[in-house]
Design a protein around this ligand. Structure first.
Ligand code: FAD
Length: 380
């Protein structure tokens, strides 16, 4: 496999890097402290066509592939994991669900607004009592004439309050059956739909995470995505792509923490020597670099398969699982290399340390990735 970046991918990398340096880096700690979701930054990213990276040009998107998508998420996440997470969730979950499963009319209506960042997307699967066990959801949709009436709560939803449009997976059949859920599109402002509690989080604090509450929320049948009963299977496919996003997010965080540590290890002197000259520190850097490259290769493999429209369930889970764990280990070692200074908010590594943990939780925990991978390897 040849993963050498093309001239085009390098151009996208430069554009994402420049944007992150100019429009994100100066505000990272302010947004983090205030837990502020900087919505205008997303509109600007939309103007650069980074909010619809995988959306074909005919629907207002960039029409790029997974290698370009990887570099966009990674470059942003090197600077701020929160913005990386929000861009990833917008692109791969809400927009990705509509792109993959919606009908032509729905695509024409929603994709141009999402791909240009005019509208921010949310995607609701998780509920207070069903996270890993998402198929056991309680939020229900009942058919009433030509409408559906939604009742229940989704929580932990990225852009649950600020999202202009949400794809919501609701129960429409008997519990514990494989075809008991259906996906719907719900617009902000629909009667009976409201954002609820915003979570006060350890990390990823500039990425809004909130409840979505449905109280007799009536939507037309035209907002149903695909057939009744297909919703959970659709969600699992969307998550295959979503897991590649989280792998890219994790890679960005890991690289950001590693690069900061590498520089610091050469500048910080103890016992009249740079700390990089102590084998205890240089071996940490060696482990960090090796694990990042291994995570990157797994991620590139998943991107390549996705570009070629091959099944990616196992490879996306492997990339997400490994890269997520690597991000946590690398960020932990980064704090150790910075030591006391790494424990303060004056240096960047404490934020990488807090943000990285999400990568082993969101879009399926590391334990759930191992279930997915083991099922795949035991198939035959
Ligand atoms: C910042 C953030 C953003 C998010 N954004 C979204 C979003 O946009 N949309 C959305 O729908 N969801 C979103 N989520 C929810 C996320 O996907 C869930 O948190 C995740 O799937 C885990 O569910 P849970 O937190 O309920 O954990 P639980 O499922 O309660 O798991 C608790 C523990 O038990 C383990 N466990 C559970 N089942 C098993 C099993 N069968 N075998 C072994 N171990 C098991 C888990 O690995 C974990 O360690 C977000 C979460 C966060 C933190």
């Amino acid at each position: 496999m040849n993963f050498e970046p093309t001239e085009f991918t390098e151009q996208i990398t430069r554009a994402a890097k420049d944007f992150a340096q100019q429009h994100i880096r100066p505000y990272v700690m302010e947004w983090d402290e205030k837990q502020e979701f900087p919505i205008d930054t997303f509109r600007e990213l939309g103007k650069l066509r980074m909010m619809g990276v995988l959306v074909p040009e005919e629907y207002g998107g960039s029409g790029m592939g997974y290698f370009e998508y990887k570099t966009v998420i990674e470059e942003i996440s090197k600077v701020c994991g929160s913005i990386g997470l929000s861009v990833a969730a917008h692109n791969s979950l809400c927009t990705g669900h509509i792109l993959t499963f919606a009908n032509e009319e729905q695509k024409k209506k929603y994709l141009p607004r999402l791909a240009t960042g005019q509208w921010i997307g949310a995607w609701g699967l998780t509920e207070p009592n069903t996270g890993s066990d998402a198929g056991n959801m309680k939020c229900a949709a009942a058919k009433d004439g030509m409408d559906w009436v939604l009742n229940g709560t989704k929580n932990w939803i990225t852009h649950g309050k600020s999202g202009d449009v949400a794809v919501v997976i609701c129960r429409t059949g008997e519990p514990r059956t494989s075809s008991n859920a259906t996906a719907f599109i719900v617009e902000k402002g629909t009667a009976g739909f409201a954002g609820g509690k915003k979570e006060n989080k350890l990390g990823m604090r500039a990425s809004e995470t909130a409840e979505m509450i449905f109280d007799n929320c009536r939507i037309p049948d035209a907002n149903r995505i695909g057939e009744v009963g297909e919703g959970f299977r659709q969600a699992l496919k969307v998550l295959d792509g979503g897991r590649i996003s989280i792998a890219c997010l994790a890679l960005g965080i890991a690289k950001g923490a590693y690069e900061a540590s590498l520089d610091y290890s050469k500048e910080r002197y103890q016992f009249d020597k740079p700390i990089s000259s102590f084998q205890a520190i240089s071996f940490k850097l060696a482990d960090m670099a090796t694990e990042i490259e291994a995570a990157e290769l797994l991620t590139l493999q998943a991107c390549d398969l996705k570009n070629r429209k091959q099944s990616v369930t196992k490879e996306a889970a492997m990339a997400k699982y490994y890269a997520g764990e690597v991000a946590v280990r690398v960020a932990n070692e980064a704090v150790q290399i910075f030591a006391g200074y790494g424990y303060t908010k004056d240096f960047p590594v404490e934020k990488y340390y807090r943000d990285a943990k999400l990568c082993t939780i969101g879009e399926g925990t590391s334990e759930i990735q191992k279930i997915v991978i083991s099922r795949e390897v035991l198939k035959d």
